[in-house]
Design a protein around this ligand. Sequence first.
Ligand code: COA
Ligand code: AMP
Length: 628
Amino acid sequence: MGAYQREYERAANDPEKFWAAAAQTLDWTRPPRRILDVSAEPTVTHWFPDAELNTCANALDRHVAAGRGGELALIYDSPVTGTVRRFTFAELTDEVARAAGALAALGVGRGDRVIIYLPMIPAAVVSMLACARLGAVHSVVFGGFAAAELAARMDDAQALVVVSASCGIEPARLVPYKPILDEAITLAAHAPTATLIVQRDQQRCSMITGRDHDWDAALAAAAPLPPVPVAATDPLYILYTSGTTGRPKGIVRDNGGHAVALAWSMGNVFGIRAGDVMWAASDVGWAVGHSYAVYALLLAGAATVLYEGKPVGTPDAGAFWRVVAEHGVNVLFTAPTAIRAIKKEDPAGALLRGHDRSSLRALFLAGERLDPATYDWAVATLGIPVIDNYWQTETGWPICANPIGLEPLPTRAGSPTVPMPGYHVRVLDPAGQPVPAGTEGAICLRLPLPPGTLPTLWEDDDRFVASYLSAFDGYYLTGDGGYLDDDGYLFVLGRTDDVINVAGHRLSTGSMEAVLAAHPAVAECAVVGVADALKGQVPRGLVVVKTGVEIGPDTLAAELVARVRAEIGPVAAFQRVDVVAALPKTRSGKILRRTMREIADGRSPAVPPTIEDATVLDALRPVLTATP
Ligand code: COA
Ligand code: AMP
């Protein structure tokens, strides 16, 4: 039996023993004596219910105390500003302790929520860790979201303070963050009482006296604070993600289970140990950024690269290889879309030349389906293992991967390999019965979920149960469809709900439909994800105009595109709306979104027998399959 099989079975047969052993790699102010409490299941699974620790102390102070304070912790590489800045564990600890002091001076304490709306600059990592140090709960919001989305998150989290910056820097333009923040605070019903603002030289912003505080000045004046021990089950952060409705879901991450699972995954899944350098080229606004650009690396005593740039255009498609060479990156983690962007601009890999990639041991790809063409190109061009791994914001770490730190397994094209210890992956039919190998169904995880996964949704246990646990008794519903092969390799075929994945960014078509439906000329609408060669999927709108309304289709389309950008944000990449005569419906009036989605995905779904008028669907086929 190989190391993977042995560990998988150990975790399955005696999960408490397995995770208790994994917990010993961390420092606890009160070590766990109880490991798993499922008494409240299905609502909440508590890992390490009687333990106490501080995540920031484990990520920083612990390494300084062990004499590793002079080693590298964070490398900030920003091609958009021409900056490289390095922080040792001692320097980062000092900065974070002062940021904790600055937040505390604004009234932030254990359990309070802090919104972080920042570009990829050191203050993002520092403020996340500063919240962890105080026992406060951070909620990072991706910079590509508009004011209304930011306001919705402020309201749901009831945040006390926001940390933000004057601007972000996209290759073609400056993004003024502060006006977006000001607008969001105006829109929010529960506006935060104070802000901490990083003034960037590229575009400074005006400040509101009494409410807005300068980051540099506040940190300079702050008293450094020590870590506050918290319950392992206390929330570390809330990360909002798209659900099937317009209202985002507040995924809760705890402190103890999160630290244990991430530390375990570093060595066993990624093969990363103290002293290594790993680069997750994902914004800190996403789950990959939280887990593998910030917490896991530092918990393991490894250095993380924080990259403020793009795979292409900053300045070219050789940027990733320059960063790998310059910082001796051992493992690179990104989304397939980034590799597709590089491949498109540099198909022959000419820009790899001149960059020493000898440090690079593996490329991990996640966040969307890894198409075989991209996988093959990456393997052939880089000559290192390319690891497809499958997970979700909800799980926080891979459900399936090839655990190269434990035992590299043979790969199979199109599969993120096998379930990680602690995950019981089952494919179920509509009646909730496991299907035979090779048969497609709903990808589910048998409860309990392993440490590090969501215990619930923020202040909404009912929605947690309704969204994830109510479809099949005893199982967590991933929302993805797929199958297991004879050897237990998982193949993920795509979402079975109205969530789409645009350039590795998870978005809800429901929230875009809500924006379209609010336009006075729109009678009804649908948004479906259509296949896109670069971004994997892009949203496409279909609208029917109200009878009697006179508006040109191009005018309406332009107005709708502008509305989605203004209300959801540029990240939605919503660029095309078709005005159509009718939408396909069942006889009871339900729009056939799933059928349209499958046609757009290039599949040939059976036309539902309940369809009201099949010719309406036929008329839409060319629109759904047209190149964006
Ligand atoms: N702040 C403000 N705006 C942002 C932003 C941010 N942090 N990130 C993206 N945007 C804007 C972009 O400027 C763009 O605006 P535009 O419509 O004015 O051009 C829009 O949002 C869409 O951005 P993006 O999805 O980045 O598309 P792109 O065409 O600019 O670049 C890729 C395409 C593939 C290079 C890019 O999507 C990419 O790097 N993807 C990797 C994704 C990733 O790492 N995902 C993490 C999950 S693992
Ligand atoms: P997010 O929560 O943004 O990380 O998005 C999670 C969703 O992305 C999953 O539910 C899948 O639909 C998709 N996804 C993530 N990783 C993979 C993968 N390796 N293969 C296929 N789909 C993936």
